[in-house]
Design a protein around this ligand. Structure first.
Ligand code: FAD
Ligand code: NAI
Length: 476
């Protein structure tokens, strides 16, 4: 007999698995359908984020940073090391173990919350009173019925037209996370989040890294002062060679290397050889195989499923969340949309505030921000004041030996309400949480300036940046 559900979720990435757990907590009979298989060919829940995204990349960033510290930074602390070397197989095994633990724990969370889990590709068969979905795993085909459907099918890496990934010389994020040898020369196409994070990992492990970026500017979505400081640090002490305004003309993968020819911003052609090339030029929404026409689902010209501010699609009782819809492609955005949609189905008032979604780039120094950039405020004609505090003046940053960067707060010139916070520096990823809370509560810079921050902590930089909005920093 066809299994009946109140809610069917397609996709078990951070959006889908969270939506399924929340729906089950709210009392709905819920199923989550996912088709991801790991390299051993086994079903592996967690989507891009857990399998080939957030989690493995952060594991490698941490390992490579430890190696870099041991090689170049311990001496400053009076710690002498000899013969430090990398065991790349052990590093990859540690990363894989972290991934396996987390993907396995989602299966346990499903059991705990009584979410049914089906492995296979989910697609629409028909819409009516209820939706009929097909779940296909190879030859095995099953049909289920559900009253509500949440689509959380995520995204896939954007391809460079005419350039095939071969898994050996030309790689996407999946290949970039599992190179078994350290390439002597590594090329990266795209100076976005993946390019900078993966470029950092392999540079720290010993590769000579060149990043080829199409746009004339570097990190255009980031506050200009922060992007300028990042460009200085990454090209300087960090030794990532970032070339902007580049047009890739040709990529030819050979047995031992890959040849790339590109034109620079003056039109001069360059021919370079790399051992490996990572393509990281953005991601595209994934609706392949959903058979969305069967229910008349509207998909926009860029491939995103059309949704309103509550993630309703064009079809009643069908919702879409995460990378497959508008908004930033971030795990925490996906999962919060998952919670909000489950609660909407339950008749609760729930929504995600797109204005306070934090961004983090896990380079060293880290970059994190929330809210508007200074260039946005200028172009929107919003009057503002800015406060800034450099980490070089922070006692804790000195103790860490990580003094590059600064914290910057932007507040409305008349109301003093915080409009944006931008950080480049140590643990920016953790520091940004205070700014998100402050903005969600409609705080003013004065509020943060009057809150006691422990000493010596990096969070004092936030306090001082808030004081700086009214030109009363105390320690600079
Ligand atoms: P996904 O995680 O893509 O999951 C979709 C799931 O649906 C997959 O398992 C897929 O196989 C399955 N699926 C698709 N179609 C079907 C179908 N028809 N039937 C059944 N199953 C289907 N974000 C951050 O916030 N922080 C980070 O540090 C970060 N690091 C990243 C690093 C890398 C290298 C990459 C590539 C991404 C990173 N991201 C990060 C982005 C983050 O991974 C995504 O925003 C997030 O995974 C999106 O979640 P999702 O649930 O929308 O989709
Ligand atoms: P991205 O959008 O961050 O960067 C892509 C870069 O490639 C851009 O700078 C773009 O101008 C450039 N580009 C595009 N076409 C090009 C071409 N033909 N030649 C040269 N350069 C070209 O995308 P990326 O790095 O692939 O990451 C995808 C998404 O995954 C991110 O936008 C983010 O949403 C998510 N992600 C988030 C992370 C985090 O939160 N720390 C980490 C990694 C990924």
């Amino acid at each position: 007999m066809t299994q009946q559900f109140d809610v069917a979720v397609i996709g078990a990435g951070p959006g889908g698995y969270t939506a399924a757990i929340r729906a089950a907590q709210l009392g709905f009979k819920t199923v989550c359908i996912d088709d991801w298989k790991n390299t051993q060919g086994n079903p592996s829940l967690g989507g891009t984020c857990l399998n080939v995204g957030c989690i493995p990349s952060k594991a490698l960033l941490e390992s490579s940073e430890n190696y870099e510290r041991a090689l170049h930074k311990f001496a400053d602390h009076g710690i002498r090391t000899k013969g430090v070397s990398v065991d790349i197989a052990a590093m990859l095994a540690r990363k894989d173990k972290i991934v396996d633990t987390f993907t396995g724990s989602i299966a346990l969370l499903f059991k705990k919350n009584k979410v049914a889990s089906l492995h296979g590709r989910g697609s629409f068969v028909s819409a009516g009173e209820r939706f009929t979905l097909q779940v296909r795993d190879g030859e095995r085909v099953e049909e289920i019925e559900a009253t509500h459907v949440i689509i959380a099918t995520g995204s896939v890496a954007r391809q460079l037209p005419g350039i095939a990934l071969d898994g050996e010389r030309v790689l996407d994020n999946v290949g970039a996370l599992s190179m078994t040898e350290i390439p002597r020369k590594l090329g990266v196409v795209g100076a976005g989040v993946i390019g900078l994070e993966m470029g950092s990992v392999w540079r720290r492990l010993g590769s000579e890294v060149a990043i080829l970026e199409a746009l004339p500017s570097f990190l255009p979505a980031v506050d200009e002062q922060i992007a300028k400081e990042a460009f200085r640090v990454f090209n300087g002490p960090l030794d990532l060679k970032i070339h902007t305004g580049v047009r890739i003309a040709d990529v030819k993968a050979g047995k031992k290397s890959v040849a790339v020819s590109y034109a620079d911003r003056d039109g001069t052609t360059h021919n370079v050889e790399f051992d490996k090339l990572i393509i990281a030029i953005g991601r595209v929404p994934n609706t392949a195989g959903l058979n969305s026409d069967a229910i008349g689902l509207r998909i926009d010209a860029r491939g995103y499923i059309e949704v309103d501010e509550h993630n309703h699609t064009s079809v009643p009782n069908v919702y879409a969340i995460g990378d497959v819809v508008r908004g930033p492609m971030l795990a925490h955005k996906s999962s919060e949309e998952g919670v909000a949609v489950a609660e909407t189905i339950a008749g609760e008032a729930s929504h995600v505030n797109m204005d306070t979604i934090p961004w983090v780039i896990y380079t060293s120094p880290e970059i994190a921000w929330v809210g508007k950039t200074e260039q946005q405020l200028k172009s929107e004609g919003i009057p503002y004041r800015a406060g800034r505090f450099p980490f070089i003046a922070s006692g804790r940053a000195r103790a860490l030996g990580e003094t590059a960067g600064f914290t910057k707060m932007l507040a409305h010139a008349e109301t003093d309400r915080i409009l944006g916070v931008h950080i480049i520096g140590p643990y920016a990823s953790e520091l940004i949480a205070e700014a998100v809370v402050a903005m969600e509560f409609g705080a003013s810079s004065e509020d943060i300036a009057r809150i006691v921050h422990a000493h010596p902590t990096l969070s004092e930089a936030m306090h001082e940046a808030a004081l700086g909005v009214h030109k009363r920093t105390l320690n600079i």
